[in-house]
Ligand binder design. Structure first.
Ligand code: ADP
Ligand code: MG
Length: 486
């Protein structure tokens, strides 16, 4: 809708995202309280996270390590001399009265994330990634008269990822966020669960006439809790702004809320109501200095990342863009696939098995690939038997694979033999079979000879049926063609 309206009226939509990722550390950012999600309210608290006077914060090693990991994975520069800042504001779920963050100098800066959309690939620049702590949670809808406060989340470590305004549509924002979610999951630093709030997104949106060099006035939509809603909010908001400009009105720089039910944005607060956070350097934490050796060590520890794997799968293994993007979307699929291609050189077949028979079984039975009990080695054995012409693909998918799912302890070869699936290699039998089929259909044979070559498929079907899938389709096809051409 928006894109059409925008295009029709020659507008360009400009979007910058601010993404908060909750780190999967055991403890909070500046004290040893558990950072786990889902405990009963106010169980993961201590004098430090409650902001009692006289307590002191200390830096969480993992928080720093995770920041550097994400920075390296997103092509950022890593700052070696770091310090923290206080962001002051008064709110019931912020017991200290300030949040510890990095304002002036972020630990990671000047990076980019590559996105691929239907119109090609594009780098979205990252302004920064900085470390900070989360606030607690105010619960307004449980008690009629009171707001309830849960401070389990107060002090949980976050990374805030801030993009430059390089995104140009809701779709691009969708892809960009999906990339971030994939990356944090591959790195094992955040579970990427938007519904539970482990990944949250604020979207800054403006519009301008195409060809204009200045950006328009932006609005910021807060707290979007699913990737789909980010896209919807952007599309609604862009359309709203274009509508206003077309009426000759001005855009006011407001902070907006998005209602997922109505799909509409509404004003949360205006610019005049904006806080003055009075940032200043956090005096209770020492400077954090990172050595080159430390950064190099983290770089060495990074797993293979989706983009690099995608490159390898499309360029070296000959997979299609689609196959490569499906497999690299999920690290557990990647792990299975990598094991599989260690056992077989038929990469195409490996991808087909993984995305076909295996995935459909997993989907139908709600099984995670990481828990799948048929081992890559067994699948590689099946592929080898097909490639050697020992069993047909049909017999493999319809009989052998289901049997191995029920009996994963057996080898593929023994099971194929027990099920009597091996292709009959004798040429005489194949000859007889084909002759039988041709004799049954003299009419069709003459049609073929008159030029209706497509009929060969029908013959093949009959031959395979009669052989109960126990002949090699390639040989059968060749012999069949030879006989028909005679
Ligand atoms: P602030 O200092 O007010 O937080 P920033 O310059 O840090 O503003 O930008 C915050 C976010 O808003 C960034 O993601 C940035 O890309 C985005 N942004 C800035 N200007 C615009 C604009 N005119 N339209 C859309 N997004 C913008
Ligand atoms: Mg900013």
């Amino acid at each position: 809708m928006t894109i059409q309206t925008a295009q029709a009226l020659d507008y360009e939509v400009v979007i910058g995202l601010e993404v908060h990722a909750q780190m999967a550390t055991a403890s909070k950012a500046f004290c040893s309280d558990s950072a786990a999600f889902g405990a009963n309210p106010n169980r993961h608290v201590s004098p430090v996270s409650l902001g009692h006077p006289g307590t002191l914060p200390f830096i969480n090693k993992k928080h720093v390590e995770f920041a550097v990991k994400l920075g390296l994975a997103t092509n950022c520069q890593i700052r070696k001399h770091n310090f923290f800042d206080r962001k002051n504001y008064f709110y019931a779920d912020l017991p200290k009265g300030y949040q510890i963050t990095q304002d002036a100098a972020a630990i990671c800066y000047d990076g980019f994330i590559r996105i691929k959309t239907a119109s090609g690939q594009k780098n979205i620049r990252l302004n920064r990634i900085h470390m900070e702590e989360d606030a607690g949670k105010s619960i307004h809808n449980l008690d009629d008269e009171n707001t309830l406060i849960d401070l389990n989340r107060a002090g949980v470590p976050l990374l805030e990822i801030v993009s430059e305004p390089d995104l140009r549509s809701g779709e691009e924002a969708h892809v960009f966020l999906s990339e971030i979610r994939k990356l944090v999951r591959f790195l094992g630093i955040c579970d990427g669960n938007m519904e539970e709030g482990s990944l949250r997104c604020d979207a800054n949106i403006s519009v301008r006439k195409k060809g204009e060099t200045e950006y328009g006035t932006r609005c910021e939509v807060k707290n979007l809790n699913s990737i789909k809603n980010v896209q919807k909010a952007i599309e609604f908001e862009a359309e709203r702004q274009i509508g206003l400009l077309e009426q000759g009105k001005k855009i006011e720089q407001n902070t907006l809320n998005f209602d997922a039910d109505s799909g509409e944005t509404s004003v949360l607060r205006s610019k005049e109501m904006a806080n003055d956070y009075r940032y200043f350097p956090e005096p209770d934490l020492p400077p954090l200095v990172l050595s080159d050796a430390y950064i190099a060590e983290i770089k060495k520890s990074l797993p293979a990342l989706p983009e690099e794997l995608y490159e390898k799968y499309t360029t070296n293994l000959g997979l299609s863009d689609y196959e490569a993007s499906v497999i690299t979307a999920d690290q557990d699929l990647v792990l299975y696939f990598e094991e599989l291609i260690n056992e077989t050189a038929n990469y195409k077949a490996a991808a087909h098995w993984l995305m076909g028979s295996i995935k459909s079984y997993l989907n139908n039975h709600a099984v995670f690939i990481g828990d799948f009990w048929v081992k890559p080695k067994t699948v590689a054995e099946i592929i080898a038997m097909i490639d050697d012409g020992k069993i047909s693909h049909t017999a493999a998918t319809q009989q052998l694979f289901p049997e191995l799912i029920n009996h994963p302890e057996k080898t593929a070869v023994k099971t194929a033999s027990a099920l009597n699936l091996f292709i009959d290699q004798s040429v005489e039998k194949l000859d007889l079979l084909i002759d039988q089929v041709l004799q049954l259909h003299p009419q069709k044979v003459s049609e073929y000879k008159k030029g209706k070559k497509g009929i060969i498929g029908m013959f093949m079907g009959e031959v395979m049926k009669l052989s109960k899938g126990k002949i090699d389709p390639k040989t059968a096809n060749r012999v069949l063609a030879e006989k028909l051409e005679k």
